[in-house]
Design a protein around this ligand. Structure first.
Ligand code: HAM
Length: 423
């Protein structure tokens, strides 16, 4: 029989990894809520048309990365490749704009893209993101970029670059697109095959090309920043002025375009440099997408947001202590002691400790060996003698030391041994 395995690029997350995940997620939630965001959860499946219309037909995501299928009712459905389109759909569907002038939503969850899997790039990956509706900026843009940078620094990710660009409004982009085509056309033959194709479909994405033969040509391409209208320029200056006031470091990158077609004006990406990131160094990205709500059939509504890749952040953070593992193991020598061990464990859990028991009936020696390897800090041991005398043996698993304490009041002894307050 062939071995059943998880789908390529889709990973199981086991308890020993999830401690770090949950810590990151809870800091993200706290940060978002401190900035006035409320959580939204949308379905993993959406009508395919939603993504085609919002993300754009000529993007890698829509062209080749979506998991799309017909359900039994012949509807064309797609596993969400990102969260922004779903939030915009929900915002429209629940006529949120009629009730609130400004809406701040955050989300966490799995996204699906059929990319080539490698370290830091998966087919099911996880994003945390925020979206703001109803504020045309520019100050909110800076507030949200700064929020992201502060969140990253709280996780200890400080070795990073914030790349900032403006794509201007629709007219600016149209003018720039024409200027770019005029510049690229004479170089057509020297461009990579992908870029030659994009010259017809999505010329701005050529600026994003990693192909070596494209680099010198891109280097000399006209800059979108030279095509900004007066209003675009004032908007960009407002974002910069606010970031400057906050002391948030950023670099202007006129070649930053990113892989989604919905952006207008402010566009940014945070790249990491440390940890085990490798080539997949884009930790987070986002920007303004003032046209999306209207594109989906609503009233013109300004919007701004970002999403970060949780797997990539964890890589950038490197290995960190998993604090969710049980700190205390309770071991027992025989069945009578095992009954007592269950009761003692419940008492200590009620006092706020993470407790694991070993009740299988193996020898104390093998239980101790397992406890040693478990990552727990402390073992409590019960046997006939301890039960008779109303005491508990303890042994430190991190560092040296062992002893015996009365069963009564053991919670404070455990707290002292773990160096924490009784819960
Ligand atoms: P994105 O740049 O496509 O933007 O994705 C955001 C982040 O998700 C990336 O910076 C990266 O960390 C992570 N990511 C993307 N693809 C993968 C993958 N295959 N494997 C692992 N991590 C990945 C968006 O998704 C926009 N919705 C962001 C946004 C929100 N713009 C406005 N609002």
């Amino acid at each position: 029989m062939t071995k059943l395995r998880a789908v390529k690029g889709m990973n199981d997350l086991l308890p020993e990894e999830l401690g770090r995940w949950r810590r990151l997620e809870s800091i993200f939630r706290e940060t978002a809520e401190r900035y006035g965001f409320g959580e939204i959860r949308t379905p993993l499946l959406e009508p395919t048309e939603l993504f085609v219309r919002s993300i754009g037909e000529a993007t890698d995501i829509v062209e080749k990365e979506m998991y799309t299928f017909h359900d039994k009712g012949e509807k064309n459905l797609t596993l969400r490749p990102e969260g922004t389109a779903s939030c915009a759909r929900a915002y429209l569907e629940h006529t949120v704009g009629a009730r609130e002038a400004i809406t701040r939503w955050y989300y966490l969850g799995p996204m699906f893209r059929r990319e080539r899997p490698t370290r830091g790039r998966y087919r099911q990956f996880h994003q945390a993101g925020v979206e703001v509706y109803g504020d045309p900026g520019p100050f909110i843009d800076a507030e949200i970029i700064d929020m992201l940078v502060r969140f990253l620094s709280e996780l200890g990710i400080v070795d990073l670059r914030v790349l900032l660009n403006s794509l201007g409004d629709q007219e600016t982009r149209q003018n720039y697109r024409e200027a770019l085509i005029r510049y690229l056309e004479p170089h057509r033959g020297s461009l990579s095959a992908d870029s030659q194709r994009r010259l017809e479909t999505n010329p701005l994405r050529i600026l994003d090309s990693k192909a070596p033969e494209d680099q010198a040509i891109i280097e000399d391409a006209p800059s979108i920043l030279e095509h900004l209208s007066e209003e675009d320029q004032a908007h960009f200056d407002g974002v910069r002025r606010t970031l400057d006031r906050l002391g948030t470091p950023y670099e202007i990158e006129p070649r930053l375009v990113r892989g989604l077609d919905y952006y207008s004006r402010t566009l940014f990406e945070v790249q990491g440099r440390g940890g085990e990131l490798g080539a997949q160094n884009a930790l987070a990205g986002g920007g303004r997408y003032d046209g999306m709500i209207e594109e989906l059939g609503g009233k013109a509504t300004p919007a701004f947001g970002f999403a970060l890749g949780i797997e990539r952040l964890l890589l950038a953070m490197g290995e960190a202590e998993d604090e969710s593992r049980p700190r205390v193991m309770i071991l027992a020598a025989n069945d009578e002691a095992r009954v007592e061990a269950v009761a003692l464990a419940r008492e200590l859990r009620d006092a706020g400790f993470n407790i694991e028991t070993d009740l299988r009936g193996t020898s104390l020696k093998s239980q101790l060996r397992r406890a040693d390897r478990s990552g727990a800090a402390l073992a409590l041991i019960l046997g006939d003698d301890e039960l008779a005398r109303g005491v508990v043996q303890w042994k430190r698993l991190e560092g040296e030391g062992s002893g015996e304490s009365p069963r009564e009041g053991i919670a404070s002894v455990v707290a002292e041994l773990l160096g924490q307050k009784v819960g």
